[in-house]
Design a protein around this ligand. Sequence first.
Ligand SMILES: O=C[C@H](O)COP(=O)(O)O
Length: 230
Amino acid sequence: MNLTVAEYAKHFDMALHLQSSTEEDIRAHARAARSAGVAACYTNSFWTPVVAEELRGSDVRVGTAISFPYGCTSTDMKFAEIEEGLRLGATAVDMVVNIGRLREGDDEFTRREVEGLVERTRGTALSKVIFEVCFLTDEEIARLTRICSDAGVDYVKTATGSQGFPTEAQVQVMRDNITNDNTKLKVSGVPRTFTMPATLWMIEQLGVSLIGTRSAASLVQQYAAHLGTN
Ligand SMILES: O=C[C@H](O)COP(=O)(O)O
């Protein structure tokens, strides 16, 4: 594929979702994301205005995470959190689905949440739905992927990074159940020790469009060094 460093960087969403983060931690995270030239810089929604301020004038999207990490706040709370995030400058919105309702087979409930995200973000921000595949069967992963893709979600996303790691087989189930060209694949929740060559394999062989990780800036540096030695 021979990606340039800038092209490689745009395959990353850099995320910092730690309860202990101070405002200075968040500002440093946003500055590092800006300097690395990643696709988006994510935090929990409280920090959205701070990230928006740090990223002003750059092409790095302001990412906000909704009902993160458990996904079990009420639907109205999720929608209010999305609307506030957009008002405060978010240009990419990742929402965790209600895993329990999905496992119960309540597709109508799931569809309503997912469609609510798409309606609110359309034309303003990218929409991404977070699954937490470690809790789901392949059938549930396939069903949720189809619901998201049919609803017009921009990205289906494997995990929050706070629970189990997604497997390659689970990523393939997601990829194989995307129903149209508009929905892409974001892999996150991968082991924090994963390597730059592993990210290239995900992008080039597994059909992954975005990788969500706190390690994004370091991976971009590793890729630049790798190109420098080739
Ligand atoms: O949204 C989730 C994050 O991209 C996960 O990143 P992390 O596993 O490095 O915390």
